[in-house]
Design a binder for this molecule. Sequence first.
Ligand SMILES: [Zn+2]
Length: 273
Amino acid sequence: MTRVALRLPSAILLLLAARGAAAQPPTTRELDRINWMEFREVVPKRSDTVLVPFGTLEPHGVTANGADIIAPLAIARAIAPRVNAMIAPAVPYGITGSMEAYPGAFQITESAYRPFVKQVLEGLAKNGFRNIIIMNGHGGGQTAVLQAVAAEVAAEKKVRTLVINWWSFASDETKEVFGEDGGHAGWNETAFVQAIDPTLVHPEKYKPEMATAYPAPGTWAAVPFPSSIGLYQKGQGYPKFDQAKADLYYRKVTHKVANLIVDTIRKWDIAGL
Ligand SMILES: [Zn+2]
C-alpha cells in the first residue's frame, strides 16, 4: 500500500513533465543551430518532420542569384512552428540548366547531384525524421531528380516524402494576386523575394527587354537562354514591384504550403502509412 501510494504520484508527475516537454518548442528548429543533446530529446519524440530547402544559384532578373535558395528557406522558417517541423540547412547548389553562362551561376551535373541529394535525404531518415518535406526552389531538370530520389528514399527507408515546387503549386495565387501568370524571375518570384527582403530587389535596373517568353515545347531552344527573366506566357508576368501585392502573395503562398503539409501528414496517418 505504501509502495503504491508513493509510486502513483511520481508516475503522474513524470507523465505531466513529459507532457510539458512535448508542448515546449525546441530552442531552435534549425538543424545547424541545435546541439546533439537537444536534438536527441526533440527528434523524433517531439518533432518527426523536417523541411529541407533545395535551390540553385542562377540569374533572376533584378533580384538575387540565390532567389531559389532564399524563397524555400523563408517558407520553411515561416511555417515550421505551425507544422511542428525542424529545418535542415538548404542545399544551395543545383542543376541550373540553360542559365549557367550568366555571371555568378553554378551548375552541378545530374550525375553528381543525384547521389548527393539521396544521401542528404537518407541522413534525415537515419536521424529519425519520418516526414521529409523537400522544399524545392528551382525547376527544370532539378524537379524531376528531386521527385525521383524522394520516391526512392521513401520506399527504401520506409519514410514519407513530399516534394513541393512552390511556384507551380501557387500558380492560382499568382493569377489571383497579380491578375496574370508569372515566370522565372517574373512578377511572382520577384515579388516573393521582395516580401522577404526588399533590399534584394533592384527596380532601377529593370528593363522589359530583360524578359523572354519561354518557347512552346518543340519550337525552339537557346543556350544560354537569352533572358534572365523567363515568362510562362507571352505578355504576362513582367515584374511591377508592388510591395503590398508582394506581401499578400507571400502570406497566401506560405499559408497554402503549410496547409498542404498538414493535410498530407494527416492523410498519411489516417491511411496508416
Ligand atoms: Zn528562381
